[in-house]
Design a protein around this ligand. Structure first.
Ligand SMILES: [Zn+2]
Length: 412
């Protein structure tokens, strides 16, 4: 990668030195910034930065790109720690059906829902899935995402789940985004296992997990713990098996009901517990003592019209909070992390600083990438956004729907 010098930066924000873990509580509101700054990138890493008047003479002009960022901000690229971007088809017909008042059952009968996503996916080749996912990665990159976690879960058969994970493995190599892979075979029970849930769990544990470990196809294991999906007991069993195969948990819990999944996730050393639209006192106590990150998905609440996670309350209780997109065809057809920042401020009442930290450094920690990216730190990978000319950082969440990203610089 070419060395880069960015000069005349209006505001270099998200500076964080000597930090070891996700930001908690009041620290989430701290966003260090230098006005009228420069930043130098050498060999893909942040080499040094400071105020313009301190910019040292350049020794080597060869192989150096100089960017004038007058009027523009430089911030860390977004780290989106929860997505499902390998899927067969968008589901906007379902969206229209929902507007027209059809029930979930009626929509399912017409060809909607997770099970139908799985049927569509079974008919696509690995190459077709790879091509469409690459396009989605380019799309989220244009909105400033530099690292992303991608889940399986639209396969629900041994063949299809492994197909998705092999696609994600190819994406890791082909894309300039940094990618983490999560195995979500336990997303829903396939129709043929409706009366035999234990049979599908045996497939996950005995047939999928050994291949995933042998081919190094995933970093994490996920389960959708919810009424009519996977029970807390089934969550416990699947997580234990995943951990045995070297996968740490990152799980779907508390979207519609509180079943005790948060505690089970923490017990198994979950990197994050995600959704948390419902969150009670027990969960608060558990999470305030845990290293596990609470990941909220405001775009999903927006799209489904369900409650937003109570992140303000979580911060008061010193819980580490990250925000992610949940990009998927059913409940969140958008991976725009600037919009996530807008919803965080408008609906969850986070400050722009809290929103930015939740989607950069804490998102990075929610993928165990916090030591490598997510902040302006000497020695970290240069994963940065140069904004368009904007009046202040608060303009980004304020101007919802606008793309404030002019350029993204990424290194892996
Ligand atoms: Zn999800």
């Amino acid at each position: 990668m070419q060395n880069i010098l960015i000069k005349n930066i209006k505001g270099l924000a998200g500076i964080l030195e000597n930090n070891q873990a996700a930001l908690r509580g009041a620290n989430l509101n701290e966003l260090q910034q230098i006005e009228n700054a420069f930043l130098a990138i050498e060999n893909g890493k942040i080499a040094y930065y400071g105020k313009m008047e301190e910019m040292a003479g350049i020794n080597d002009w060869r192989n150096l790109e100089i960017i004038d960022a007058e009027g523009k901000f430089v911030i860390p690229a977004y780290c989106d720690s929860h997505s499902h971007i390998v899927f067969a088809k968008y589901r906007e017909t379902e969206f229209v059906d929902r507007i027209n008042g059809l029930t979930y059952e009626e929509i399912g009968e017409k060809g909607g829902g997770i099970l139908n996503s799985a049927n569509n996916l079974a008919n696509l080749s690995e190459d077709e899935l790879f091509e469409s996912a690459m396009e989605r990665l380019e799309l989220v990159k244009s909105f400033g995402t530099g690292a992303i976690e991608i889940k399986s879960g639209y396969g629900l058969t041994v063949t299809s789940e492994l197909k998705i994970l092999r696609v994600i493995k190819r994406l890791k190599e082909a894309s300039d985004l940094t990618i983490k892979a999560t195995f979500l075979g336990a997303h829903a029970f396939p129709a043929e296992f409706k009366e035999n849930n234990a049979g599908y769990i045996r497939q996950i544990i005995d047939e999928m997990l050994p291949v995933i470990e042998a081919e190094n196809l995933a970093d994490y294991i996920d389960v959708f713990c919810e009424r009519n999906y996977f029970s807390p007991e089934q969550l416990d069993e699947i997580l234990a098996a995943g951990v045995k195969h070297g996968l740490k948990p990152k799980i779907h819990v508390n979207q519609f009901s509180i079943l005790g999944g948060v505690e089970i996730g923490v017990k198994h050393g979950a990197v994050s517990v995600d959704h948390l639209e419902e969150f009670d006192e027990n969960d608060t106590v558990t999470m305030s003592k845990a290293n596990t990150i609470a990941t909220a998905l405001p775009s999903c609440s927006f799209f489904l019209g369900i409650p937003y996670s109570p992140v303000k309350k979580m911060l008061k209780n010193n819980i580490a909070v990250a925000l992610a997109s949940d990009y998927n065809p059913g409940s969140t057809p958008s991976g725009n992390m600037q919009f996530v920042n807008s919803l965080a401020c408008i609906q969850m009442k986070l400050t722009p600083e809290e929103a930015l930290n939740s989607t950069t450094i804490n998102g990075a920690y929610a993928m165990e990438l916090g030591d490598e990216m997510g902040s302006i730190t000497i020695g970290k990978k240069a994963n940065l956004i140069i904004t368009k000319k904007i009046s202040s950082l608060a303009y980004i969440p304020y101007s919802f729907g606008e793309n404030c990203v002019e350029r993204i610089i990424l290194s892996k």
